[in-house]
Design a protein around this ligand. Sequence first.
Ligand SMILES: C[S@@+](CC[C@H](N)C(=O)[O-])C[C@H]1O[C@@H](n2cnc3c(N)ncnc32)[C@H](O)[C@@H]1O
Ligand code: SF4
Ligand code: SF4
Ligand code: SF4
Length: 411
Amino acid sequence: MDNPYISPFAKPVYVMLKPVGSVCNLACKYCYYLEKGKLYPEVKNHIMTDQLLEKFIQEYLECQTMQQVLFTWHGGETLMRPISFYKKALELQRKYAHGRQIDNCIQTNGTLLNDEWCRFFKENNFLVGVSIDGPQEFHDEYRRNRQGLPSFYKVMKGIELLKKHGVEYNAMAVVNDYNVDYPLEFYNFFKEIDCRYIQFAPIVERLSQHADGTQLTSPEQQDANIKLASFSVDSGKWGNFLCTIFDEWLKEDVGKYYIQLFDSTLANWIGEQPGICTLAKNCGHAGVMEFNGDVYACDHFVFPEYKLGNIQTQTLTEMMYSQRQLKFGTDKHDKLPLQCKECEYLFACNGECPKNRFMHTTSGEPGLNYLCKGYKKFFHHVAPYMDFMKKELLAQRPPANVMKWAKERNI
Ligand SMILES: C[S@@+](CC[C@H](N)C(=O)[O-])C[C@H]1O[C@@H](n2cnc3c(N)ncnc32)[C@H](O)[C@@H]1O
Ligand code: SF4
Ligand code: SF4
Ligand code: SF4
């Protein structure tokens, strides 16, 4: 074979990069990634070398079967690498692109953004994801640095700079035990700052002490001593949160504000692939590569037992299409408990993220998702509107017509 990297598979290989591992200037209390540094106690600097960066970029580009290739820079805090690192990455992308179209997106806590970063992102067409958990009071509850200093004002300044430079950005928020009680304040905040693409994710973590000093728990561990982390969202409240925001969105925001979870729900309603992996039928499409070349099954499964290999000894295609990774992907559906398999909302929920499946069903079967109650409530609540939007889409009319329809029915 001329090119050892060519992938025989139709789906693109997608692997997010961790150029500084889990290193960060903040220490958000709920962060699932901060403790991942403990997986590499022998390494002093968790920094991806230029050699590894080049190896990854060459291989990543050469194994793609699609014309368009997406690079995702993730952390830890991505902006803890200097701009020169990303300039080098762009040079290497150009070197190995061979005519492919390359897109870059980067996830950041926003605190280190300045004019220089924003100019760089604008010039190079980066999509920037900024983490912000709503108004100051919610955001600063958990998003602080090691000294306990809050980060809200720095993030807001960062967002202002992105806007000033015309950089495309979206907001990434988490919903936790605190902000879940204030859905309207949360939603209106994003409207006030004129953020039209809103992504939010529920926090569910379980903690126990492991020998290597880590605390987060993979779903296989079913020990009764494993406690739900206090910052986790309550399942029922998660449902109320989604329903309240949905009703508000329905008043005048459909087609104006894009809420990823609602779009993904509609996608499932019409049988399309949802944008959120948690609502998809299978997992396994998005791997992550750590600073040292270790590749894991998913960003939320960076546990030793989910390591697929290392790019120095195996190709990305070998790892991402290994039997283990394929099984990781199909297990999402195959391991559903009967209660899910018989659920009227299975097509929309797909049992959500396997990381959260540590409950038992009413008949005592393990593997039920902790968020089941909340999602069931949400799907039940939105079903008539989703049915209507589906009808509109199939008739090639805008789904935003749902607002008028709901108003006429006084709902
Ligand atoms: C690990 S951070 C890395 C990138 C960057 N430091 C940032 O904060 O955006 C990626 C995203 O995960 C979110 N996150 C952190 N801990 C989480 C958890 N336990 N569950 C769900 N999302 C979490 C963060 O709020 C952030 O939006
Ligand atoms: S800024 Fe991102 S990586 Fe850093 S602690 Fe917070 S969530 Fe984790
Ligand atoms: S394990 Fe969870 S986060 Fe990972 S791909 Fe599956 S649904 Fe998504
Ligand atoms: S709503 Fe509950 S029972 Fe239904 S598929 Fe989702 S997790 Fe399973």
